[in-house]
Design a protein around this ligand. Sequence first.
Ligand SMILES: C[S@@+](CC[C@H](N)C(=O)[O-])C[C@H]1O[C@@H](n2cnc3c(N)ncnc32)[C@H](O)[C@@H]1O
Length: 246
Amino acid sequence: MKSGAKRLLGRAGFDIVRSTNNLGGVDDFIPFEATMRAARAAGLSVGDHIDQVMNGTPGATQSTIDELSALGVFAAKPDTVLEIGPGSGRYLEKTLKECSPGRYEIYETAAPWANYLVETFGVVAQPTAGSSLAPTPDGSVDLVQAHKVFNTVTFLCASRYFFEMARVTRPGGRIVFDVMTETCLDPAAVRTWATQGGAGHGSYPAAMPRRTCVDLFATLGCTLEASFLAPMGIASTEVLVFGKGA
Ligand SMILES: C[S@@+](CC[C@H](N)C(=O)[O-])C[C@H]1O[C@@H](n2cnc3c(N)ncnc32)[C@H](O)[C@@H]1O
């Protein structure tokens, strides 16, 4: 589409984004209007539609939430939650079924999705610029989470967010995110990605060494408490759960 036409449609309220191959993740996020329409037509919540229909991994979001619940992440009754890249809100919605935070902040670059989450769930959308959580004060958040975000952004974006996540977490709080570590990348998995991973557009799927995360967060006062695999498209990603020292 010519850029002038894009600008006009953009002004008319349409969000023009590159479509994805929807193999379990996206680099440019999925288009808001079309996704909402398709979910409505299928009689599914938008999160379940993404799990079941778009990603072909029914129950994937719930299974991660169940693992986090079993680890006591929600039993700690987080009063302030911060989520980076919530997108459609499929983890946000299920998080709100597990706990009742007084404040839920989001950092989301896709404006139509951020607006939808603010209107639907009453969350607070913070100005999102690259990889900064600057509007959030130090030590103010009980649970910081990001799902399926750090395998869609560059190494620099993810690592800058890591420092910020550790900064805003209060002592005793938790940090939860997934990365495609070496645990997810045995030769068979690499072959699967190489042969079936679509066009490989953007940064998806970006890898991040597990030890890099563990060692970095240790220097920031955060200890790895648990980890588990979660499905991501045609393969998997590793969810890491850190606790910040009191
Ligand atoms: C693959 S989607 C995952 C969305 C959601 N967490 C889920 O699992 O359904 C990645 C999300 O991160 C958002 N995003 C990309 N870059 C970002 C950035 N620098 N800061 C915050 N969000 C970002 C995208 O707009 C998108 O919503």
